[in-house]
Design a protein around this ligand. Structure first.
Ligand SMILES: Nc1ncnc2c1ncn2[C@@H]1O[C@H](COP(=O)(O)OP(=O)(O)OP(=O)(O)O)[C@@H](O)[C@H]1O
Ligand SMILES: [Mg+2]
Length: 345
C-alpha cells in the first residue's frame, strides 16, 4: 500500500462481548484514505460500517471491543499516530476529535441536543478547539452556517433544532463537523433520512466544501447510487469484512464480487424507468452474527458458489489492478485460469 495516506486502517478486528463469548463483528479490515479524497464504505445494514467509523474516533460503546489492528493517522503536527494506542478518554484523542477528524453521526440522538440553540452547539466545538473570543466565535459560526447554505444564518444561530427542517438540521450538522476545518470528515449516512431532492442538495454541498477545503472524507452509505455521485474510492463490506475495494469507476463498471454485482443490480437506473427491466434484490438474507459461516460469508446467497471451496475459510485477496482487489474464490479461479492459459499459450 502506498505511503500517500491520511488515515490507514490495518487489520482492524472488533468483537462484541455477549455473555462469556466474544463474537467478531469486524474482521481484518484494511483500507487507506488519501488526502483530499472521498473514500466510501458500502454495505447492507449490520455489515459493520458504523462500528468501523466509531472506532476511528474511539467512541465504541460498552461491550464492543477492538481486538486487533492499527489505525494510523497523520496528525496536524506531521506525526503518525496509532489511534488504537491512545486512551479513549485521554487528551490526545480529544485533540483529534472534531479538530482534525470531524464526524456527522448516523444517530440523530447523538447529534443536536433539543434544549440548546444550534449556534451554542456549534460554538461549543469552537470554544473547545480554537482560540477565539466570544464575538469572533459567534461570527465564525454564523459564517459557517452561511457557507452550508442556511439562509439568514444570524437568525439560525439563535434557533433551536426543532425549528429547523431535516435538511437544515443536516446542513447545521455539517457546519458543526467542519467548523474547525478538519483534514478528515466522517459522514455516516448523512443523507439517508432526507427526501431525494434535499439528498441531492446535501451531496452537492458536501462535494463543494470538500473540494474547497481540500478535505478527505470517509463517506458511509448502504446506497451504492449515492456513492456513485460522491466517492473516489470504495470498499464493499459484508458481515464485517471488506469483500471488494477499488476506485469507484472500476467498482461500478467492472464489479467482480458477486455481492457487489448484486448491489448494482438492485439499484434503479433512470434509463430503465418505464422499461421492462426489473430490479433484482439479492436473494436470501445476511446470516445472523451468531451463525457466521466458516467460509466466505456470502456463500449461502451466492450464485457462483463452488462446493468444497467457498465453504473453506475466507478467500485470499485477488488483485485485478494495483488498486482494485476482491476476495472471492470464483473470481480467483477465473483470474488464475486465464493466467494459466496465457502461460500455456
Ligand atoms: N453497541 C452494540 N451492541 C451490540 N451489538 C452491536 C452494537 N453496535 C453494533 N452492534 C452490532 O454490530 C453489527 C454492525 O453494526 P453497525 O452499526 O456497524 O452496522 P452498519 O453497517 O452501520 O448498519 P446500518 O446500515 O444499519 O447503519 C450489527 O450486527 C450490530 O447489531
Ligand atoms: Mg450504521
Amino acid at each position: 500500500m502506498s505511503d500517500d495516506y491520511l488515515l490507514k486502517v490495518e487489520d482492524l478486528t472488533i468483537s462484541l462481548d455477549v455473555d462469556k463469548a466474544s463474537i467478531p463483528i469486524v474482521e481484518g479490515v484494511n483500507f487507506a484514505i488519501k488526502p483530499g479524497r472521498v473514500f466510501a464504505l458500502v454495505g447492507e445494514s449490520g455489515s459493520g460500517k458504523t462500528i468501523v467509523s466509531l472506532s476511528i474516533l474511539r467512541l465504541l460503546g460498552k461491550g464492543v471491543r477492538i481486538t486487533g489492528g492499527k489505525i494510523l493517522f497523520k496528525d496536524n503536527n506531521g506525526k503518525t499516530v496509532d489511534i488504537l494506542k491512545l486512551n479513549p478518554k485521554g487528551k490526545d484523542i480529544q485533540a483529534i476529535r472534531a479538530a482534525q477528524i470531524g464526524m456527522i453521526f448516523q444517530e440523530p440522538m447523538s447529534s443536536f441536543s433539543p434544549v440548546h440553540t444550534i449556534g451554542n452547539q456549534i460554538e461549543e466545538v469552537v470554544n473547545l478547539h480554537l482560540d477565539l473570543d466570544k464575538k469572533q466565535a459567534r461570527q465564525k459560526c454564523i459564517e459557517m452556517l452561511g457557507k452550508v447554505g442556511i439562509v439568514n444564518p444570524e437568525r439560525a444561530f439563535d434557533q433551536y433544532p426543532f425549528e429547523f427542517s431535516g435538511g437544515m438540521r443536516q446542513r447545521a450538522m455539517i457546519a458543526r463537523a467542519m467548523i474547525c476545518n478538519p483534514k478528515l470528515l466522517i459522514a455516516d449516512e448523512p443523507t439517508t433520512a432526507l427526501d431525494v431532492t434535499i439528498q441531492a442538495q446535501i451531496l452537492k454541498l458536501m462535494k463543494n466544501l470538500q473540494n474547497e477545503l481540500n478535505m478527505a472524507n470517509l463517506f458511509i452509505s448502504h446506497n451504492i447510487g449515492v456513492i456513485a455521485q460522491i466517492a473516489d474510492d470504495v470498499a464493499i463490506m459484508y458481515m464485517g469484512k471488506i469483500v471488494e475495494q477499488g476506485p469507484v469507476r472500476d467498482i461500478l463498471r467492472k464489479p467482480q464480487h458477486p455481492y457487489t454485482k448484486g448491489l448494482l443490480r438492485a439499484i434503479p437506473h433512470l434509463a430503465d424507468i418505464g422499461r421492462s427491466r426489473r430490479l433484482e434484490p439479492i436473494a436470501g438474507s445476511v446470516p445472523n452474527l451468531f451463525e457466521r459461516p466458516n467460509g466466505c460469508p456470502f456463500a449461502a446467497r451466492c450464485s457462483q458458489f463452488i462446493e468444497n471451496i467457498c465453504d473453506r475459510g475466507f478467500p485470499e485477496k485477488t488483485k485485478l489492478s494495483p488498486d482494485h482487489s476482491v476476495f472471492c474464490y470464483a473470481v480467483a479461479q477465473d483470474v488464475n485460469g486465464s493466467q494459466m492459459q496465457e502461460v500455456v499459450a
